[in-house]
Write a new protein. Structure first.
Length: 348
């Protein structure tokens, strides 16, 4: 090859391969800390290997999930606070996996940006590793894509992919019946859904991310970046104790859309809206945006991040187990033989 007279390089086009390699070196300790039985190799290969027998499975069924954190990323970017957005990414995937009855086994991330900032990327991926470690899930690979011209300065996108497993025959939902009790687990704020509406409400409120939060401590931006709760280890313990017939992760669509996804045709549920107290962040969003109760219940988790459908004779024992694990548990209602969600009372 002849030398081009302009001496162009990939770096001069905006892609720094050395920075990407440096990032891999920085995050190796965080990824190594998530190692669990079944992991066969660390970062750096063309693919990641996982041994299901090494993880203790005899006749496994695999379950896969992928997700992102939506426009919550915009708040993280605008505030420069990247400590917890990686936890959100993991939670959105692994909380879905346990709803199928699966134990999350491993996780891969996709991080795309216009120009790689080593410090910010390291913080983000260390957050991903923390979410994995707290879920018993190994971070075994990922992709960092530096794509100049695709993203504005400072912008980036995140996606996550997780695979879990359960022994054949242990899939959920199963055996849901009228009279089953609905147990709600408290959320930790807005989690990672509804942020397009959140951002619109903040815009019309006239507040900035750096203003004091009107519903809690710290700044508004920091309060709205509270990370999505991880329910994995607690819920898996409840499943293994027996009596759990179904689980619903309350994400986009709220209680109204997500609970029916795990109920058989011809069945529905009655939910008492007075069974829990609406957290201050949702009260502020509702008041500031003039949002109706049906819209709140269809857009946000409204304080309930996960719902367990359990056998009536096991409800007390499962409540005790989850409470001991640190969950705030409330009895929301029960399964009925009429389709749809019937709400009683009001959010308070």
């Amino acid at each position: 090859m002849t030398d081009g007279k302009n001496g162009l390089t990939y770096a001069s086009a905006g892609v720094d391969i050395d920075a990407g390699n440096a990032l891999v070196d920085r995050i190796k300790p965080a990824a190594a800390a998530t190692k669990r039985p079944g992991v066969m190799a660390g970062l750096g290969g063309f693919g990641a290997l996982f041994d299901l027998k090494g993880a203790g499975y005899n006749d496994p069924v695999l379950v896969a999930a992928t997700d992102g954190v939506g426009t919550k990323l915009r708040i993280a970017i605008d505030t420069g606070n990247f400590d917890t957005i990686g936890v959100d990414l993991v939670a959105m995937c692994v909380n879905d996996l346990v709803c199928q009855g699966a134990e999350p086994l491993f996780f891969l991330d996709y991080f795309a940006t216009g120009k790689l900032d080593l410090d910010d990327a390291t913080t983000i991926i260390e957050g991903i590793a923390k979410g994995c470690a707290d879920s018993g899930c190994a971070l075994i690979g990922g992709e960092t894509a530096e794509m100049p011209g695709m993203y504005h300065d400072g912008d980036f996108d995140l996606a996550g992919f997780s695979v879990g497993a359960m022994e054949r025959g242990a899939e959920l939902p199963a055996d849901v019946a009228p009279g089953d009790v609905l147990l709600g687990l408290a959320s930790n704020g807005v989690h990672s859904n509804g942020y397009s509406l959140v951002r619109k409400i903040v815009e019309v409120s006239g507040l900035s991310w750096s203003d004091p939060s009107p519903f809690g401590d710290g700044t508004l931006g920091a309060a709205l970046l509270a990370p999505t709760r991880l329910y994995v280890t607690q819920v898996l313990a409840a499943i293994r104790a027996g009596g759990v017939h179904a689980l619903a992760h309350i994400t986009g669509g709220g209680l109204t859309e997500n609970l029916p996804r795990v109920l058989p045709d011809g069945m529905g549920a009655t939910i008492d809206l007075g069974a829990w107290t609406l957290p201050p962040v949702f009260r502020w969003l509702s008041d500031q945006g003039g949002i109706s109760q049906p819209e709140m219940l269809k857009t946000f988790n409204s304080g309930i991040g996960m719902v367990l459908v359990v056998a009536p004779d096991q409800a007390d024992a499962i409540t005790a187990l989850l409470t001991e694990a640190g969950e705030t548990v409330c009895t929301l209602g029960h399964v009925t033989d009429a389709e749809g969600i019937a709400y009683t009372g009001t959010l308070a």
